[in-house]
Design a binder for this molecule. Sequence first.
Ligand code: ASP
Length: 343
Amino acid sequence: MTNKPKILIVYTGGTIGMVKDYNTGALKAFDFSQISSKIPELQQLNCDITTISFDEPIDSSNMNVDYYIQIAEIISDNYNKFDGFVVLTGSDTMSYTSSAISFMFENLQKPVIFTGSQLPIGDLRTDAKENLITSIQIASTYENGQPIIQEVGLYFEYKLYRANRTTKINAEQFEAFASMNYPPLAESGVHLNFNHHLLLKPSQKETKLVFRKKLDNHVAILKLFPGITEPVVRSFVNISGLKGIVLETYGSGNAPTEKWFLNLLEESIQKGISIVNVTQCAGGSVILGHYETSSEMKRIGIVDGKDITTETAIAKMMYLLGEKLSKEEFKHYFQKPLRGEMA
Ligand code: ASP
């Protein structure tokens, strides 16, 4: 690359975009089009920055499939005009949103870095500046004419993670995210070090960006707990229009072996509902059939979620259901890593 990298910041809302009005003490939205004057440090970065903001910035608790599509459309419409993208969202649902975006793009060859902050950008002790500056730096780092990151990442508190491997683990510490089953893609200290061997390498054959936006949100998450009753599970699997369930099981994918429970699951699968087994544990993997308590689930056709996070399982489910696959195809594609989201 001969010119300065062009970076597009997409601001959707969240704490990062707030400043304190020191007269009233209230937090108010910050005008991101003024970003360079508000954060003069950005001028030291060797890149051209453009920003696009949601007309009405949202708290990420209000994030939904329509907003996923809005973010992805901004990236797709500007894909050829920019070298890298930084997406600012609230941290509360950032893992869900960034995972969904990772599935919506196939053959991504440019960096899409999600970030946010725990304290508003206008707060004296804010983590927003470091998160934003380093995210921009990551999105504009090229080597031999190629961006180093060619996937969807999430940068927070000195670490870049594969977005679809992350979970928000802390509501107040700056280190708000963890990626229990995959090491960081990059770490920022005195140097910005990329773990090259961990990065997704795009296909050499398929270079055209494919954008898929037919997400189907007829999905739900059922978290098991000791003492869960038959009426609860029965009413859950009978939710009208339901097409997919992410079943949060214990340990390496274990669940009660009671007849009523397995029968309800089996009937639902026969009715066409896809059920994916993911673990409630923060780290580690489902191993279907490892214990007797999961071998029946394997027999009745439950999909093995392996080491996927719940956030990513629900996003992948929306994506694959949107593709209108057969039951067998759904299972095949779910159990296969599509964007580095599982082992
Ligand atoms: N509630 C905020 C949000 O997720 C918190 C944050 O921005 O980190 O939008």
